[in-house]
Design a protein around this ligand. Structure first.
Ligand SMILES: Cc1cc2nc3c(=O)[nH]c(=O)nc-3n(C[C@H](O)[C@H](O)[C@H](O)COP(=O)(O)O)c2cc1C
Length: 353
């Protein structure tokens, strides 16, 4: 039986499988279920500044003379109160389980990133994941400004807590490799690639636009290819940086591919929502079977071992990949069905691999 254990941000995990931040990890009881399912660690549901602000209605207005001041106090008190509930769940999870519990923070106001992170660390979280993936649509905001802002948040949090800090990145970046480097330079101990991408859809009846994230908010297996590409590139460019892959793992093969690409850990969410946490054992069995098949005793022997003809990330590789892609998806008019389009080259590509 191969050894599946890994070291992620200095934490020992019995295997690289992590339940990603979501409703599946929102309290201690659910963390216990995750542990029983056999995963290596959990990332708890993010603490969202806005959620806490919305939830809070506990503040006594009589303490404040000015209505405006009352508003501010209520908001801030609510944030502290909300964080306390989250901290209680961390404490409980740490008491009842022995897998690493990674807390997750998603804020807007700079001071709350640091404040929440410090509170969660004090409550016993083993690490913090900062979800820095809120995309910005300001026309005037250039990427350098955005990256500097991310770096400031990371540096501030890292200087305030003495547990490891991972950053969950958005895939919607001009140059993910550059942002990744800046985050690491700012002190991030690991990078999570990527957060769930949300697109937009439009209702033809109401003409209202709404956030569309695929099938009921859950991903499908096709969503793996974009993060897989970037895990491969980032590992090649910065092999010393720990990567946690997130997105589109719906089979054991996908888990193995992320590890071959260079991921230290792999986060899974949608599959567990759809088919239950029992799928954790299925994924881990696939990983063990693969390792046995290739004669690997431990994860390090397979991690990052993807073979490429040309170094990934180089101009040549990018150009070659682009040319292959355009060629393979060349559309031909099919004369037998009155002009329908078919993916002529698809079959040949399948055979090559
Ligand atoms: C219902 C749901 C809730 C989620 N909530 C959070 C969250 O609170 N914080 C976060 O960082 N990511 C959140 N995510 C994103 C997941 O952690 C994960 O990165 C993403 O779903 C991709 O993994 P998957 O393909 O295995 O679902 C959520 C995803 C889903 C489906």
């Amino acid at each position: 039986m191969p050894d599946l254990s890994v070291e992620y941000m200095g934490l020992r995990l019995r295997n690289p499988l992590i339940v990603a931040s979501s409703g599946l990890t929102r309290n201690a009881a659910l963390v216990r279920h995750c542990e029983q399912a056999g995963v290596g660690a959990v990332v708890m549901k993010s603490i969202f500044e806005e959620d806490i602000r919305r939830r809070d209605n506990t503040f006594d207005d009589s303490l404040c003379s000015h209505p405006e001041a009352s508003e501010y106090f209520r908001a801030d008190l609510g944030l502290v109160y909300g964080a306390q509930q989250y901290c209680d769940e961390i404490r409980q999870a740490k008491k009842e389980t022995s897998i690493p519990v990674i807390a997750s923070v998603n804020c807007t106001e700079p001071r709350w990133w640091v404040d929440f992170a410090a509170q969660l660390a004090a409550a016993g979280a083993d690490a913090i994941e900062l979800n820095l993936s809120v995309p910005s649509v300001e026309l005037e905001l250039d990427m350098e400004q955005a990256e500097n802002n991310f770096s400031r948040i990371v540096a501030a949090v890292v200087s305030k807590v003495d547990i490891p800090v991972a950053v969950k990145m958005s895939g919607q970046l001009t140059a993910p490799q550059h942002t990744a480097k800046k985050l690491v330079d700012a002190g991030a101990h690991a990078l999570v690639t990527f957060n769930r991408q949300s697109g937009l859809d439009i209702s033809l009846n109401s003409r209202k636009a709404f956030s569309a994230r695929g099938d009921q908010g859950l991903t499908t297996s096709h969503q793996m290819y974009f993060p897989l590409r970037w895990v491969t590139i980032l590992h090649e460019l910065m092999p010393e940086v720990q990567l946690s892959a997130s997105g589109g793992v719906h089979s054991g093969e996908a888990l193995v591919k992320y590890i071959l690409a260079g991921a230290t850990t792999v986060q899974v969410c949608s599959l567990f929502y759809r088919e239950g946490l029992k799928q954790a054992a299925v994924l881990l069995d696939s990983l063990s079977e693969y390792m046995e098949r290739v004669g690997a005793d431990n994860i390090d022997q397979v991690r990052g071992s993807v073979e490429r003809d040309i170094t990934i990330g180089t101009r040549e590789q990018q150009r070659l990949e682009y040319l292959q892609l355009s060629k393979d998806h060349y559309l031909e008019v099919d004369s037998t069905d009155g002009g329908g389009l078919t993916y002529e080259k698809h079959e040949k590509r399948e055979k090559r691999h």
